[in-house]
Design a protein around this ligand. Structure first.
Ligand code: HEC
Length: 632
């Protein structure tokens, strides 16, 4: 017994000595899984990264560099700080993984025995989610010069559909991912993007994109793309609406590659029969109006706050600044004082911006205050500072301007469509911040108009128009609010002003024609409906209204005993309303008045063919026959 004890005590250290040494770090066993999972989506042929990491040789060739960029956490690119928001698709190595890479490089990068069943990941060179239901193309590819600065370009992509469809997923195919770094997609139902083009069909430049919407119709989706990302799938019930005549605007950030490149992106849309049942909304914190950063300033703080007025779930966040952004924080303070992080980015880098979707929704009860605190470095020490020497920087959408935006995608907890209510509370807060602001007044006007409060809406559109006297849209909306308040001459003046700003603005033309028609200005109304019809032949409304106006005009002329002119109006109206029995009757009456009895009879017969039960037509026809039977 005793001997056994002694031997155990003696053996223990020997045992630990003899225990298998920690197995050496080898490529196939340890490194390949890390690289295939976290690096290969971008480091593969045809993608944005400069070399592939799909084999032992690839990784070995770049090993020292890989050890350095993973240790510094430059790669994989991932901006949010862990522990400050829990995001899906997080692309971040663990400390353990980083250490394994270091050890492997120190050990001389051994391959080790291949692992059974392991293979480099394969990627579809086709659409990742299968063949799309509809592929959108740009009207004209963009030719990127070999050298020069970064370019922000907006492609306009028409959506060729004839009926409303619901989109459940979208995939962007950059066509040339090497120079194509990040893209946002904006829906444009108003044609506003087209009006920004210098040459029709060409697209236009600009770093950030806002689309003036004619109606309050926010889509509530972040449609963005970044290298290595999966197609954007909408959650169940959150399909978005595609309407005929709508454009998608693809806002891209391009980097010259050293040779001329042709950029010809495509967007694939995947439809569903299930319409939207959940209505998320995008909330924006921003304070660009506060941005005025003196040159050399190392820590300029921009803040904004928003009070949440109903229970909400946050689904995703999208922080945005340009090149001077450094530390960017977004958090929520619940009514009980608890602080919940939305996102924290210690070292902002525009190149790697993205939308961060939360792993699970974050509940914010009504009364929560959401805060944005963005810090900017406008010193020469900031390597990303686009101005050297630094210059004064203000808010704006050029690369040398700055921005401070924190967008949240939220879903009201109580269900149903709460967007108008939510929007109203937000716009009220925004009006407190910027009483004369264009978009706050514009949106408020829109909301009031939908609620049927036209006079109050008119006041806000007036302010919006004063903030931007060159906005044809604001002038038109102001006109609509005046029109709905029965102020016809004032409304007419605004529509005319809108057309002075933009003579090709068909909506204003159409509205002008309508207000003229209401004021019995038949000739002017007919002319403007005719123009609107020429500009937008596919829209049947102008044609229909032109017909109505011509009939009313004809009636007035007839009452004034000008049967000849009246007949001309009715005849033109018949081109637009060939199946209108009553109008054939009116034409017949005018012809009878002019003693053209045969033609009159033909009109009444047509009228009766269309509407065989019409008593007045029958009777008039009888009278006509009697008249014709009378001896001359
Ligand atoms: C989201 C896409 C993406 C992912 C994921 C990614 N990279 Fe990169 N990587 C790039 C791009 C783009 C560049 C070139 C631009 C740059 O260096 O900023 C790059 C550059 C590099 C470089 C060269 C850096 C230099 O200083 O020139 C190395 C090394 C590298 N990546 C390693 C990795 C490793 C290792 C991983 C995974 C752990 C990884 N990358 C994941 C996109 C990615």
């Amino acid at each position: 017994m005793r001997g056994a004890l002694i031997s155990l005590a003696m053996v223990a250290p020997v045992l630990s000595w003899a225990a298998p040494a920690p197995s050496p770090v080898t490529f196939y066993k340890h490194i390949a899984p890390i690289v295939y999972q976290n690096c290969a989506p971008c480091h593969r042929p045809g993608e944005s990264a400069p070399f592939s990491l799909l084999s032992y040789d690839d990784v070995k060739r770049h090993a020292p560099q890989i050890a350095a960029v993973t240790k510094s956490r430059y790669m994989p690119p991932w901006l949010p700080e862990p522990g400050h928001g829990d995001f899906a698709e997080e692309r971040r190595l663990t400390d353990e993984q980083i250490r394994l890479i270091q050890d492997w490089v120190k050990a001389g990068m051994p391959a080790g025995p291949p692992v059974k069943g392991q293979a480099p990941p394969t990627f579809s060179s086709e659409w990742q989610a299968g063949t799309p239901d509809l592929i959108l193309h740009v009207s004209k590819p963009y030719q990127l010069a070999a050298t020069g600065g970064e370019i922000f370009w907006n492609f306009i992509m028409p959506v060729p559909i004839t009926a409303t469809r619901w989109v459940r997923a979208m995939e962007v195919r950059p066509g040339n991912p090497k120079v194509f770094h990040h893209a946002n997609v904006v829906l444009d139902r108003s044609g506003a993007a087209r009006r920004q083009e210098l040459v029709p069909g060409e697209g236009f430049s600009g770093m950030d994109l806002t689309i003036e919407e004619e109606t309050f119709d926010p889509d509530g989706h972040f449609l963005s793309w970044k290298p290595g990302s999966k197609p954007v799938e909408a959650e169940e019930g959150m399909a978005w609406r595609a309407d005929p005549g709508m454009n998608l605007v693809l806002n891209v950030h391009l980097r010259p590659s050293g040779k001329t490149e042709i950029i010809n992106p495509e967007i694939g849309l995947y439809f569903t029969d299930r319409p939207q049942t959940k209505f998320p909304m995008l909330l924006q914190l921003e304070h660009d109006g506060m941005i005025d950063i003196p040159p050399g300033e190392k820590d300029f703080l921009v803040t904004d706050e928003m009070k949440v007025t109903m229970d909400l779930n946050v689904l995703a966040v999208y922080p945005h600044a340009h090149y001077l952004g450094k530390l960017m924080e977004g958090y929520a303070t619940l009514p009980d004082g608890t602080k919940k992080w939305l996102v924290r980015i210690p070292d902002w880098d525009l190149s790697w911006q993205g939308v961060y979707r939360l792993k699970s929704p974050l509940f914010l009860p009504a009364g929560t205050v959401v805060s944005m605190r963005f810090h900017y470095d406008n010193s020469a020490e900031n390597p990303r500072n686009p101005s050297n020497p630094p210059r004064e920087v203000k808010g704006g959408n050029q690369a040398i301007d700055e921005m401070s935006h924190l967008w949240l995608q939220v879903l009201p907890a109580q269900g149903g469509d709460q967007r108008a209510k939510l929007q109203e509370s937000l716009v009220r807060q925004r009006l407190e911040k910027y009483p004369d602001d264009f978009s706050a007044n514009y949106t408020m006007g829109d909301l009031l108009l939908t609620q049927g409060n036209a006079p109050a809406a008119a006041e806000h559109f007036e302010k919006a128009s004063k903030a931007d006297p060159n906005s044809a849209l604001a002038a038109t909306e102001w006109g609509i609010a005046l029109f709905s308040s029965q102020k016809l001459p004032e409304a007419e003046a605004q529509f005319k002003r809108a057309l002075e700003i933009n003579p090709a603005y068909t909506d204003a033309r159409y509205d002008l024609a309508s207000v003229e028609a209401s004021g019995a200005k038949w000739e002017a109304a007919a002319n403007d409906f005719r123009k609107a019809m020429e500009e937008r032949p596919e829209d049947s409304r102008a044609r229909q209204h032109l017909g109505e106006v011509l009939v009313l005009w004809g009636d007035e002329l007839f009452r004034a005993n000008r049967a000849e002119q009246s007949l001309a109006r009715y005849r033109e109206a018949l081109q637009y309303r060939p199946g209108d029995a009553q109008l054939h009757g009116k034409t017949g009456v005018a012809l009878a008045r002019l003693a053209r009895l045969d033609e009159a009879q033909a009109e009444f017969e047509t009228s009766l063919r269309i509407d065989p039960k019409s008593e007045p037509a029958k009777q008039t026809l009888e009278v006509l026959k009697l008249m014709k039977a009378q001896p001359k």
